[in-house]
Design a protein around this ligand. Structure first.
Ligand code: AHR
Length: 503
């Protein structure tokens, strides 16, 4: 039996829980949009063709912002194709995913869908195959009220009110050789700075995200951030991070420790951003937009999914449709813990992606929609994490991993909402063979009662929810949790994620 101790105190906070940490991402990729959020012929479709069952699940998930329309897709995208009369919109080749984009769903339709789910749009501009002028045109079309060619065009297309988009991504993964228009850090830094300045000249209220590295494994990682921020420091608000994890070669022990890598990644980018701040003598602090994160079986995509052929450009093919296990969801919940632990500097994040494509929600054309295992930690963390993230002291035994060395068996984070009088604790047990009993020392929190304790685990770490068995895996109440003498104790099953809710 593993034992661990977590000490929390409401007097010591890391930073506020920013709702934008619970963002997601919808890319024109595979069946995320078409046959995902949008399926006009479906029995659950509304008048605009959006699936109401999916809308309900997105609301239940608790998604704050939605990054759109890519991803790799955006680097070949002409935004003008996706507005105006639908019958006149061109069909285009999407080189990123070797598919055909019909442009049936564009900015107006997606804006309308976002109103239905109650989320904020985070829009990416194409800095791969396009540049500053096209970004300015899109900003004018979106945010200028009236009296100009593009704002009047928007009104003529049915939307008199501006979209009022605040969050903008200056391109996508420009460090990646796979990216259309891939550039060196110097070249990207210059165009990002120029575009950011121009966009702010038009609308000073926009919040801008410069592309960081596509992952900490990239050969240019670290130097990319330094060079890009050297060019853009005073022009942008965020530098992005992207990270995907998968179990490789049956090494579950290392996979379960993926959040250790995310912690190190975040801390390295913060150090680099602060280095540029020091060199610039700047008063401004650049924060992180962790705008792509998830478990993704990328190897499977490379071997199985990839589409090829000059005459083969399908519409909405099944791509990146990973089916997630309990172990995947435990890692996923741990990644959320990592994001929260760094809430002072990670102030925006986007789970990649939302529906069908490496997603917490799956759909079948003409059929049901269901929750993947990863749905549960996201929905519950989004609902319970509020107020401030607390500084914690965690005493946990360690275990050896091939990839990350010796790492703690337990990981945890806590939030406290003084206004609501609630405290939430999120925990993972990475042990594959032992239960862990955790004592949470509540410090100055007095008179606390346990409201709920929910755990995600299964004797079969690889159990999944599927079309045939959509409710095989879910949360269950952890009956071991109890509050006694100023602390909470709870027993965590092997390979599990738990949320404690205290009032
Ligand atoms: O989320 C899938 C893809 O992963 C995105 O299009 C790209 O930005 C990243 O490489």
């Amino acid at each position: 039996m593993v034992t661990a101790r977590l000490t929390i105190d409401p007097h010591f906070a890391v930073g506020p829980v920013n709702r934008r940490l619970f963002g997601s991402f919808v890319e024109h990729l595979g069946r995320c949009v078409y046959d995902g959020i949008y399926e006009p012929g479906h029995a659950a479709a509304d008048a605009e063709g959006f699936r109401k069952d999916v809308i309900e699940l997105v609301k239940e998930l608790g998604v704050s912002t939605v990054r759109y329309p890519g991803g790799n897709f955006v680097s070949g995208f002409r935004w003008e194709d996706s507005v105006g009369p639908r019958g006149e919109r061109p069909r285009r080749l999407d080189l990123a995913w070797h598919s055909t984009e019909t442009n049936e769903v564009g900015l107006h339709e997606f804006g309308s869908w976002l109103e239905k789910v109650g989320s904020e749009l985070m829009l990416a501009v194409n800095l791969g195959t396009r540049g500053t002028l096209e970004a300015l045109d899109l900003l004018e079309y979106s945010n200028i009220r009236s009296g100009t060619a593009l704002s009047e065009q928007r009104a003529a297309n049915g939307r008199a009110e501006p979209f009022g988009i605040k969050m903008w991504c200056l391109g996508n993964e420009m460090d990646g050789p796979w990216q259309l228009g891939h550039r060196s850090a110097e070249d990207y830094g210059k165009i990002a700075s120029q575009t950011a300045k121009a966009m702010r000249q038009m609308d000073p209220s926009v919040e801008l995200v410069a592309c960081g590295s596509s992952g900490a494994h990239m050969p240019t990682f670290g130097e990319w951030e330094r060079e890009v921020l050297t060019h853009t420091y005073e022009d942008v608000d965020y530098i992005s991070c992207h990270a995907y994890y998968e179990e490789k070669n049956g090494d579950l022990a290392s996979f379960l420790a993926s959040a250790v890598d995310m912690d190190r990644f975040i801390e390295s980018v913060v150090a680099t951003a602060d280095h540029v701040k020091a060199v610039n003598g700047s008063d401004k602090t650049i924060n992180i937009s962790f705008d792509e994160w998830n478990v993704w079986y990328l190897e499977r995509f490379e071997k199985v999914d990839k589409i090829q052929g000059l005459d083969n450009w399908p519409v909405a093919p099944r791509l990146l449709e990973d089916v997630y296990s309990v172990a995947d969801a435990v890692v996923f919940g741990n990644l959320l813990i990592s994001l929260l632990k760094h809430a002072d500097r990670v102030t925006s994040a986007s789970l990649a992606q939302l529906v069908n494509v490496i997603a917490p929600i799956m759909t079948e054309p003409g059929g049901p929609a269901w929750r993947q295992t990863t749905f549960f930690p996201f929905a519950l963390t989004s609902r319970l994490a509020a107020g401030e993230v607390l500084a914690t002291k965690l005493e946990s035994p360690g275990y050896d991993t091939a990839v990350y060395g010796t790492v703690p068996l337990i990981d945890a984070v806590a939030t406290h909402d003084a206004d609501r009088g609630t405290t939430s604790v999120f925990l993972v047990n990475r042990s594959q063979d032992e239960e862990a009993t955790i004592t949470v020392d509540l410090g100055a929190l007095e008179g606390v009662i346990l409201l709920d304790a929910q755990t995600l685990s299964d004797a079969d770490f690889y159990a999944k929810n599927t079309l045939e068995e959509p409710e095989r895996v879910g949360l269950s109440r952890n009956k071991s949790a109890e509050v006694r003498d100023g602390s909470v104790t709870v027993t965590l099953p092997p390979v599990s994620w738990t949320a404690l809710s205290l009032g």
